[in-house]
Design a protein around this ligand. Structure first.
Ligand code: NAD
Length: 335
């Protein structure tokens, strides 16, 4: 089988994980990763055997640090079938001209606006929409986590109204510049937050409103989900639907916090201690006065990674059936 050639532009938190996940697939290969700085991640990319590319004006800086580059970002793009843009939010959009000129398919991340691609993606929800598309956006970690539960519950019971509070990690663990370190920050203060409209880019007809606060933690986000459903059902009915979702994991057995979930991910031997699935406390799934409530934790650094792999498969039409792509991705990654 000819493998689809994938380039990763931006090799940070998301890019390095997407590169590793793509490298596990039989139908895809990494032809290069682009880094702007000669840091430990650049050295790691070389050690893993990836070809490293950089911006034209950074070649000298890389070589000065003893890092041999395979060429410029433009050259990497020329050699690829699809590029996964994992540059920081808003930087990605500035690369669109480059991809269009090269006639290459491109995937962006949740830091970009829906309007950049017109197609916002979550594998379980709208895989078919991305089939053969040139430009797709894999939605953010929070939106991915919400789509994974709202979409199956909407299909089964009909969601009349979704109200979600997002308790967000302030920064990623490796980020030394972002705060707060001792405050709770309503963010945004103007309500509702932008997270609800972002879910609507994938599930257009849902009535959802969200609020969000930033907390001094780096591990995971936590969502308090409250739903009014069309059909009458019990907490057990909801639990059985969520139990069927391959990217949902129930937690309990002494797991009472995001810290213990991250410990579990490490104990499971997950690369980088990643937890790709939504973690739902099944004990929290409750019907109260006709409304559904539950808690779920989302590992912001990794839940979007399998979604990027499925997005490549849909855009390149390697697999037309969503469930088959999801199954392959899950199996190769160990989900
Ligand atoms: P990051 O800062 O960890 O990594 C970005 C990488 O891109 C860095 O290596 C940086 O050096 C490089 N870069 C910067 N400018 C570049 C350029 N012009 N060309 C090539 N590379 C360049 O960022 P991240 O957290 O991986 O975020 C990437 C995208 O993923 C953003 O859209 C973000 O919103 C989204 N996202 C992030 C998270 C998260 O929790 N970190 C979760 C889901 C989605």
């Amino acid at each position: 089988m000819t493998k689809v050639k994938v380039a990763i532009n931006g090799y940070g938190t998301i890019g390095k994980r997407v590169a590793d996940a793509v490298a596990l697939q039989d139908d895809m290969e990494i032809i290069g990763v682009a880094k702007t700085r000669p840091n430990f991640e650049t050295v790691m990319a070389k050690d893993k055997g990836f070809n490293v590319y950089t911006l034209a004006d950074r070649v000298g800086a890389m070589e000065k640090e003893g890092i041999e580059v395979s060429g410029t970002v433009e050259e990497m793009i020329e050699a690829a079938d699809v590029v996964v843009d994992c540059t920081p939010g808003k930087v990605g959009a500035t690369n669109k001209d480059l991809y269009e000129k090269a006639g290459i398919k491109a995937i962006w991340q949740g830091g970009e606006a829906h309007t950049l691609t017109g197609c916002s993606f979550n594998a379980e929800t709208n895989y078919d929409e991305a089939l053969g598309k040139d430009f797709v956006r894999v939605v953010s970690c929070n939106t991915t986590g919400l789509c994974r539960v709202l979409s199956p519950l909407d299909k089964e019971f009909g969601i009349k109204k979704a109200r979600v509070t997002l308790l967000r990690r302030a920064a990623d663990p490796g980020d030394i510049k972002t705060g707060p370190i001792n405050a709770i920050v309503p963010n945004p203060i103007k309500l509702p937050s932008h997270h609800g409209p972002d879910v609507k880019t994938v599930i257009p007809n849902i009535d959802i409103a969200t609020t969000a606060v930033k907390l001094p933690t780096t591990l995971m986000h936590l969502h308090t989900v409250n739903l009014e459903l069309e059909k009458e059902c019990t907490a057990e009915d909801v639990e059985s639907i969520l139990a069927e979702q391959s990217r949902v994991r129930f937690v309990g057995q002494g797991i009472t916090s995001t810290a213990e979930i991250m410990e579990l991910a490490k104990d499971l031997g997950r690369p980088r201690g990643d937890m790709w699935e939504n973690c739902i406390w099944n004990e929290s799934i409750t019907m109260y006065e006709g409304e559904l409530y539950f808690f779920q934790a989302i590992h912001q650094e990794s839940d979007v990674i399998p979604e990027n792999v499925d997005a490549i498969r849909a855009m390149m039409e390697l697999e037309s059936d969503a469930s088959r792509s999801i199954e392959i991705t899950n199996k190769t990654m160990g989900i």
